[in-house]
Every structure is written in structure tokens, then in C-alpha cells.
Design a protein around this ligand. Structure first.
Ligand SMILES: [Zn+2]
Length: 437
């Protein structure tokens, strides 16, 4: 299908592998491979596995082979990240030959990593001769775990979802990393690193046949998809109960008499995957109330004489359900609950101000925001690298959260430029209702 002048094709292989090929001019070819990797506890299985796949595969059982080869043919080497729901592997290449050489080698690492005990020992966790906890992943998480933003975000997810795949730490908590075993990682790998749990995005000027020819010898040795592959999030999504009421959680960090400033995070569970118009509306609404000197929340909380915080940040966190988030930064630690109350009161006040949501007025800020966001989206599509990033994002969410592999859902998810136009015709009451909700 074609969206905003971009031609995308979705292919499904008998193995269950889905491949999205997007034409883009220029010599660069970008690869993004996403796997749905639910965190089933706080032991960091998705993240530790992400580290281990780079340390050797059955056909290339040596640490660093992938990077060595990547350096020969790839401009920017290989990279990866673990998010709450998916793990994404990327590479970027400046020639078609380089790309087709590296693709099967990369796939061998992803699907047939050696996962040796030695690699686990050095890369994940071990105790050194001085009885100190160490390991690459362990040290990475030790540097992160007690950071205020990390604790704040974990507390938000726990309040929203209790103990579930939507709130466990995909990176791993230290206490659980210390008892994690390589056997558990191997088991996790065989459960989720399957072709029928994977979507591959290739963006650039390459013919789809070249991609499939490069993969074919490697794919021939792979068993066909099971008739009903596990869709890791479908069940958890169906079981999600709506939240009733609101709650406040206070976290003392690192202890009660610390003088450093605090933060207040306001989080709300909002629409679900598939509500593509609503999520764009949410972003526009948060921008409307938080950004620039005329935004009501900023005026009342940051720029006022009796300011309660030094800055405001907002985000819409993508997942099976979108989380709207506002963070007050540098808040007086003795007045955290007061600041939280003031934020709630300002949100309620904004919800009652119909003028804020009236797009008919010539000076409507909401209209301006939507028009600007639409142009920003269109210009994103005009740049090969940012286009690829967005496609990986969209394809990954489609693969993780859509009810089926129907290409129409993917096409729908890409229709963002039209969705902004739809928003421009929404009446004041629609906006006000969404904001209040
Ligand atoms: Zn890491």
C-alpha cells in the first residue's frame, strides 16, 4: 500500500516471519528486527538475552564476529534495545551487497545464539574474586536502578498494572539478576525468539526478492510455523481491567531527610492500540496544556510567582495501552503531595475551560499544534533514517498488539497524516470529553 507517498509492502513467509519492505531513495539500507518479548518477572530476561545474542551463534561461535563483519559491510554496525514489550535489533548499510551478506549472519545470531555459560558469566552476572557482584548487564542496571526517574517510572507502572507483563522491569532488578540462570535465558529464547514472533523492516532501495534470496538458504533449515503461534500480549491485553478512581504514591529517595529536589509524576491509562486518532489527540492536548508560556499548566505551576516546580515534561508512552504522563521537575521535597494536588486542580480547571478546546476561533492554539504536528510527521517521512525509525516503531506495535496479522491494520496505523486532518474537524465537546476522560 501507499501512504503519504511512501510505498510499503508486507510479506508473510510460511515460517510465520513478517517482512515490511519500504522503498526509499538513496544508497542506505536500514534494517530493524523486532520481537515481542514480554517481561515475565523482574529478572531481566529480555534485556540479558539482547546482550547475549551478540556473543556468537551456531555458525559463527565467536564473540565479536557479528561486529567485525558488520564493520566490513555496514556503515553504522549493529545495535539493539530492549523496551517494555519488545526487543529491537537494528543495522544500517551503505550497499545492497553488504546488506544481503550480513542479513543471514545477523539472523543466525538472533535465532541460534550459542548462549554459552561463559558468555552468561561475563556478560550478565558473576561474583568476582573479591566477592563483589559484577557483569556487564549487572553493572548497567546497578547504575540505573536507584536513579529517581527509574524508581518513579517503576512506581507508576506498578500503580497502573500491579504485577504484570506491563509493569515488570524488562531490564532486570539487581536482586533477581543475582539469581538468574543461563538455563532460564535459554528457555526464554526458545519461547520468544521465533520467526512467527518476529517482524523485519527493511527500508531503502532494494527489491524484496533480494532480501528473500539472501534469507532463503538460511530459512530452509527452519521449521515451519506452528499452526497457532503464541501471541504474547493478546491474553494479557484481554485480561486488563480498567482502573477505578485515582491514587497517590509517595516514594522517599534515597531517604527521608535528603535535601535534593523531588519530582511529581501524574500518569493516566488512556486509549488502546488501534485508537490511532485518539492517541494523536492526546499528544496535542498534553502539548496544549504543558508547552509554551501561554499553556495553562505551565503558567500556574512553573511561571507563577509561587511556582511549584522548575519545569514540566509530558509524554504519551506507547504500549498495548497508551499512558499519558506529566512530570513536574525540581519540586520542593517537603511539598510533593501539595504539588501533586495543585497539578490535579490545574488539570480540572483546564478541563472546564471550553475556550481552550475551541478550534473555530482564529487564534486557536490547538489548531496550530495539530497543523504543526502534521507537518512534522510529513517531514519525518521525507528523511530516510527517520522514516525507517517510525516504520520500525509502527510495525513493532502492529506485530505485538494487533489482534491479527491483517495488513489492513498496518496500513491503518500508517495513515497518520489523514488522522491529523480528521482531528481538525473535531468539535469542542469531543476534545473536552477526551481531556476530562
Ligand atoms: Zn544493556
Amino acid at each position: 500500500f501507499v501512504q503519504s507517498g511512501i510505498r510499503m509492502r508486507l510479506y508473510s513467509h510460511t515460517s510465520g516471519l513478517k517482512v515490511v519492505v519500504t522503498s526509499a531513495p538513496g544508497p542506505q539500507i536500514d534494517l530493524g528486527v523486532s520481537l515481542a518479548t514480554p517481561a515475565t518477572d523482574d529478572s531481566g530476561l529480555p534485556h540479558t538475552l539482547e546482550h547475549l545474542v551478540f556473543l556468537g551463534s551456531q555458525a559463527y561461535p565467536y564473540r565479536g564476529v557479528l561486529d567485525l563483519l558488520a564493520n566490513k559491510v555496514f556503515a553504522d554496525g549493529t545495535n539493539a534495545y530492549t523496551a517494555q514489550t519488545e526487543t529491537v535489533y537494528t543495522a544500517s548499510c551503505h550497499s545492497r551487497e553488504g546488506f544481503t551478506t550480513l542479513l543471514p549472519i545477523y539472523m543466525d545470531h538472533l535465532l541460534r545464539p550459542t548462549l554459552s555459560d561463559d558468555a552468561f558469566h561475563s556478560e550478565v552476572y558473576h561474583m568476582n574474586k573479591d566477592n563483589e557482584d559484577t557483569g556487564v548487564v549487572y553493572s548497567e542496571m546497578a547504575a540505573r536502578q536507584e536513579k529517581d526517574w527509574s524508581r518513579l517510572w517503576r512506581a507508576c507502572l506498578k500503580s497502573m498494572y500491579g504485577d504484570s507483563v506491563f509493569s515488570y522491569d524488562s531490564g532486570g532488578l539487581l536482586e533477581e539478576l543475582r539469581t538468574l540462570t543461563n538455563a532460564k535465558i535459554r528457555e526464554y529464547h526458545s519461547r520468544y525468539y521465533r520467526l512467527d514472533n518476529m517482524i523485519m523492516c527493511v527500508t531503502g532501495s532494494i527489491h524484496p526478492n533480494e532480501i528473500f534470496e539472501a534469507l532463503e538458504p538460511w530459512m530452509d533449515t527452519w521449521a515451519p510455523a506452528t499452526p497457532t503461534p503464541e501471541r504474547p500480549f493478546t491474553q494479557s491485553l484481554a485480561a486488563l481491567q480498567p482502573l477505578t478512581g485515582q491514587s497517590t504514591v509517595e516514594i522517599l529517595f534515597p531517604d527521608g531527610d535528603d535535601e535534593s529536589p523531588g519530582s511529581v509524576a501524574w500518569v493516566s491509562r488512556t486509549c488502546r492500540y488501534g485508537d490511532f486518532v485518539e492517541v494523536l489527540a492526546l499528544e496535542a492536548l498534553l502539548e496544549l496544556v504543558c508547552d509554551t508560556a501561554v499553556a495553562p499548566l505551565r503558567r500556574a505551576l512553573v511561571d507563577a510567582e509561587d511556582a511549584l516546580c522548575a519545569d514540566l515534561a509530558w509524554d504519551v508512552d506507547e504500549g498495548p495501552e497508551y499512558l499519558a504522563e506529566i512530570v513536574m521537575q525540581a519540586v520542593d521535597p517537603d511539598n510533593l503531595l501539595g504539588a501533586a494536588e495543585a497539578l490535579r486542580a490545574e488539570l480540572a480547571k483546564a478541563a472546564g475551560d471550553a475556550d481552550l478546546f475551541d478550534m473555530a476561533s482564529p487564534s486557536s492554539r490547538l489548531r496550530k499544534i495539530i497543523e504543526n504536528n502534521r507537518w512534522a510527521w510529513i517531514s519525518t517521512l521525507e528523511n530516510g533514517s527517520s522514516l525507517h525509525k517510525e516504520i520500525v516503531h509502527i510495525a513493532s506495535a502492529f506485530s505485538c498488539f494487533a489482534a491479527s496479522d491483517d495488513a489492513m491494520t498496518l496500513e491503518r496505523a500508517c495513515r497518520r497524516a489523514d488522522d491529523y486532518v480528521t482531528l481538525l474537524s473535531k468539535p469542542t465537546e469531543w476534545w473536552q470529553h477526551l481531556f476530562t476522560k
